[in-house]
Design a protein around this ligand. Sequence first.
Ligand code: HEC
Ligand code: HEC
Length: 242
Amino acid sequence: MHRRTIGSSVLFVLHVVWSGAALAATAAATDTSSAMPSAMAERMRACTSCHGVQGQGRNNDYFPRIAGKPADYLFNQLSAFRDGGRTYPPMGYLLAFLPDDYLRQISQYFADLQPPFPDADHTNVSAKVLAAGEQLVMHGDPARGIPACIACHGARMTGTQPGIPGLLGLHASYIAGQMGTWRSGSRRALAPDCMHSIAVKLSDRDITAVSSWLSRQPRPADPRPAPASAERLPLACGSQPQ
Ligand code: HEC
Ligand code: HEC
């Protein structure tokens, strides 16, 4: 996206989200709960200019899918963009003064949507790279202390309630970007940050392999995250309390 487009979306977004916060206050005061869903959809136009009308993500673009991810996961991300655990200035400015309870409403709104997935990635990647990616996602690499991604993200890779997101419907550029910021420490999750521990063990080649394979998987028939499980995770994660 060009700098100028980002600048103008930020202005637009600030306008809509702030009038949204005022709207939320009015709605709370006058109890117009039946009007809430469409009011929320209207306010979220600020966000859906980048994330897709229903938060479904975009074809051929970096912008991630946010719809249908667990509400607690989404809340943790919005507060991270606000408080510095993740950095993306157009969103950071936008969220800077929003209170937790409004971030929770936004999170629940997107968690409840289940729009169709954007197109899978399809540029050529060698079969060898894809096989290496599948191996890491499904089985990890015990010799290097890397657990299988599905041990936490769910056998169907649609995430696990309450704090683990699905890995389908994201582009390779986004997945690789996140693994890179976790490795460098500029993306931080609640401690203990299990994704940091995993990302620092992955080579650039591993990251290319997992992100290429994940972004080419067929869209799931049932996109909902798996329910919270009593099974122990292979590593402790602050965002998935057990
Ligand atoms: C200018 C485009 C833009 C706008 C506007 C925008 N986002 Fe984002 N959003 C992004 C990008 C790009 C990322 C990924 C940033 C990164 O690399 O970490 C992101 C990440 C996210 C994530 C984390 C996704 C995940 O799976 O971890 C959430 C949640 C989110 N945005 C919600 C929102 C909400 C809610 C709004 C409106 C208040 C909003 N965004 C407005 C571009 C935008
Ligand atoms: C021990 C559990 C665990 C394992 C194993 C695990 N993850 Fe995660 N993952 C998490 C948690 C928890 C989060 C959410 C962190 C947060 O709140 O930001 C997450 C988030 C992510 C995200 C962010 C998604 C988004 O929308 O921004 C990506 C990408 C990811 N994991 C990829 C992987 C890959 C690839 C593997 C395997 C190499 C893997 N994970 C293994 C627990 C795990």
